[in-house]
Design a protein around this ligand. Structure first.
Ligand code: SAH
Length: 214
């Protein structure tokens, strides 16, 4: 697959759209400008790659809308070398954005076919997070603790295990709600006894499955 003049132009356009929608972080916008989102689409679907829309990726799952990816990434306040756990690898696009922002990324996917597909695909385009297969609704204890945790599927509640797996000062971004819409929450672990909770707009994710999911 090539990443030509036309693709780079479409990407700059997408960055302008995201700026207009309120994304300000230059680290996030640079990452969106860098990761070739069209590599995640079949050639025939290219016109969809740089629209600010979610898109089906098979197995009943979706590649998140660029605005959603940018919003969660911005609110995570990623610093270089932050250890980040992503729950819901899916297409791998969000993981690439976090890597492009300089994070050390651990990503876990429940669906075996998607896990296998993405684990092969991402390195082929130069992105190498650490891949895991299994139920991430209770985090990934084996490699805890993390500086940041991002959940990219809609959860019924905030799993306590995810808070437990955060470092002091760590941030959890998680959409919580019903199957149609979820409110974006940011939980900051100020210390072992104090959690700061902030609420943002509604989003629409596919459901988080597993023990702490639906
Ligand atoms: N981050 C993805 C979007 C993923 S859609 C991207 O950038 O494309 C949500 C993903 O979460 C789906 O792939 C789904 O299979 C996965 N998922 C759902 N429940 C899960 C769980 N308990 N653990 C890990 N992954 C889960």
């Amino acid at each position: 697959m090539e990443d030509g003049y036309k693709h780079r132009g479409l990407r700059r356009q997408l960055v302008r759209t995201l700026k207009k929608k309120g994304i300000q972080s230059s680290t996030v916008l640079d990452a969106i400008n860098k990761v070739p989102r069209h590599f995640f689409f079949d050639e025939a679907l290219l016109p969809h790659a740089y629209q600010d829309k979610a898109f089906p990726i098979g197995e009943g799952q979706t590649i998140s809308q660029p605005y959603t990816v940018a919003f969660q990434s911005e609110k995570l306040e990623i610093k270089p070398n932050d250890k980040v756990l992503e729950i819901g690898t899916g297409s791998g696009y969000q993981a690439c954005i976090l890597l492009a922002m300089g994070a050390n990324v651990y990503t876990i996917e429940y669906n075996q076919k998607l896990y296998e597909r993405t684990r092969k695909f991402l390195p082929s385009i130069g992105y190498r997070p650490k891949f895991f297969h299994g139920d991430g609704s209770q985090g990934l204890l084996k490699h805890a603790a993390y500086d940041k945790i991002i959940v990219t599927a809609g959860a019924p509640n905030v799993p306590t295990s995810l808070i437990n797996q955060l470092n002091k000062g760590g941030i959890l971004m998680i959409p919580v709600g019903d199957s149609k819409k979820q409110q974006m929450l940011r939980l900051t672990k100020v210390d072992d006894k104090k959690i700061k909770k902030e609420t943002f707009d509604n989003f629409s994710f596919v459901p988080l499955l597993g023990k702490e999911g639906w």
